[in-house]
Design a protein around this ligand. Sequence first.
Ligand SMILES: [Zn+2]
Length: 254
Amino acid sequence: MDFIKIKKLKKIDFYPKFCLIIHMKHPDDFEDTKDLSIYVYDIIKNISLTHSLRKTNPELYNFFFCLFQRHPEKEKKEVSLITDISIRKFPGAKKIVIEHRDKQFVIIKSNGSEDSISWIKCVHKTVFTKNKHLNMAFRYAIKDQIRAFKNDNKNKPCELCKTYNNLTADHVIQFYKLKNDFLLENPICPDEFTEDKFGSVIFRREDVKFVKAWQEYHRKNAVLRILCSPCNDNLDEYHPEKKKLRKILQIKLN
Ligand SMILES: [Zn+2]
């Protein structure tokens, strides 16, 4: 029985425990980090809290041992010294029903020390800076508006080259400008983030007021248009076409 079959069973609720998994994949089997994210997320969703993953589920222990070897700061984290993994409730999680985001991985090392570890960093092999996190969370917060705009304009071609392939929504007034202008008005900005089920960086629930204010600001001020990916990639702030358009639109907005 392989993981794919098990996943199908899971959908009809005949898959209560991970001990059914006989052939787990290795983290390096995935070419795409998004696929790896989904795979790990599925595991974490179902995994129980444990003091010793090595004892409760050796196969999962092996999987996470390999995953943690991908940590972008593996020397500092001393992941080669891992002798066990414990899965605990995050200190801040007060809920009775534990969700995936409430589970904290702690590595136990042969030198006797313990350290928490982020599976997201191990999936992506990257340490994101706070600023990058902030950008990602800002973008994530307006995802629904972008989706709605694309939906409302789904019969339109690229505004520049008229193709119907690889269409995206482009911010005519650049996204970073909108974000920075918003931050000037709302300088008290969250600097802690969380992740959605696919590992995307998002604002935390307690920052909902800030998120709502940003969504409202974006709804009022963003000017979007349909562009294909190549046109979008070729336009930068120095591109005359974009500069001209932006000027016209900014005059209109002012
Ligand atoms: Zn185009």
